[in-house]
Design a protein around this ligand. Structure first.
Ligand code: KG4
Ligand code: ZN
Length: 334
């Protein structure tokens, strides 16, 4: 009999469902919430309400499109955390009642572990042990991945996530949320050395990104005093310089981690891995340092249920199920 798992992701502002059969992803349905755009960031209360509206149609569409019927499901996997409590609650409650009704087991998944396991959705797969730089709107982590479910955080941000730094800088520039992809777009036409921002190098393999936001804030305030049109006239150069600084900070620590652990299998995951500057820097360093690098397809980089399904599959094989008394964990550790 096949192992068929329905997976649910609802940790932030994407409602997603996916069906996986014997380790092969059959589909990955994602409903993005546009309601947050005008607020310049995710509004938690609106996010949970939108999950409630989207979840049933998204699950329905994932099941129908997969050709797997409810009765053929072996388990339900869901994101337990980390994430927004109200958003997680919608997915967790749904997964519990669905599994209970069908009399099948439940599998809790750590969202950050799932971002890394997205590398096993398609070939080529990284070989163990590898280092994964997970960069999203909520997290910045360097993870030593020893096996599918055996991971160790070797570095992380002590304040803002790098995606947050992209988004907050974009906001200062008057760009809409999420600003990361827009900074990337303008950066491609700009000069990365036009302006200099500080690169923070804190303890060991940890990161700090709150300083750059403040540096950009003061820089813009001073320049706008001299020229009110400074942003409009220099947008591409500012974006390119900010992106250069953020990418350099990430690459410095990634190189250090690879050296310390003697590892040349390097992966990146999370929404910010879509960044063209980061991808370019990764390729360059790979050539210099003989790295083999792995970047998932964009659809599997940002929040999605296919990665939850993949993690669910590995946990199913190990018999790692949870009880109906499971509750979401907003600050769940890896
Ligand atoms: O993984 P993700 O979809 O959601 C979280 O779990 O946070 O990541 C979203 C983050 C946002 O901060 C967004 O601005 C950033 O990824 N992002 C980018 C790019 N595409 C998405 N940042 C920089 N350059 C991009 N091309
Ligand atoms: Zn994520």
């Amino acid at each position: 009999m096949k192992i068929n798992i329905l997976a649910i992701e609802s940790s932030c502002d994407e409602t997603s469902a996916s069906v996986i059969s014997d380790g092969k992803i059959l589909n990955n349905i994602i409903a993005t919430q546009s309601v947050h755009e005008k607020y310049g960031g995710v509004v938690p209360e609106l996010a949970s309400r939108a999950h409630q509206q989207h979840l049933i149609p998204v699950v329905d569409s994932a099941l129908k499109g997969s050709g797997v019927s409810k009765r053929e499901l072996s388990a339900v996997a869901f994101t337990k955390g980390p994430g927004l409590m109200g958003s997680l609650m919608v997915g967790v409650s749904f997964a519990k009642s669905f599994a209970y009704t069908l009399g099948i087991p439940l599998i809790e998944v750590n969202h950050m572990q799932a971002h890394i396991l997205a590398h096993f959705i398609e070939e080529p797969h990284p070989k163990f042990p590898f280092i994964c730089l997970t960069v999203s709107g909520g997290h910045t982590q360097l993870v030593l991945v020893k096996d599918y479910l055996d991971m160790e955080i070797i570095g992380e941000t002590t304040d803002d996530a790098v995606g947050e730094a992209f988004d907050k800088t974009a906001k200062l520039l008057g760009l809409p949320y999420p600003g990361g992809p827009l900074i990337d777009k303008y950066a491609q036409k700009g000069n990365p050395n036009a302006f200099e921002f500080p690169i923070s190098d804190i303890h060991a393999l940890d990161f700090s990104f709150s300083g750059i936001k403040t540096a950009v804030l003061y820089f813009l305030r001073d320049r706008i005093k001299q020229n009110p049109d400074f942003i409009a006239e220099n947008l591409s150069d500012i974006c390119a310089s900010v992106q250069y600084t953020l990418v350099k900070t990430l690459m410095q620590k990634l190189k250090k981690a690879a050296e310390i652990h003697g590892i040349q299998e390097i992966a990146i995951a999370g929404g910010v891995s879509a960044n063209s500057g980061l991808r370019e820097a990764l390729e360059q360093t790979a050539k210099q340092s003989n790295w083999r690098t792995y970047v998932p397809k964009f659809e599997f980089c940002t929040d999605n249920a296919a990665m939850i399904a993949m993690a669910g599959h590995f946990k199913f094989l190990k018999g790692e199920f949870c009880g109906l008394d499971v509750v979401p964990e907003a600050r769940m550790k890896l």
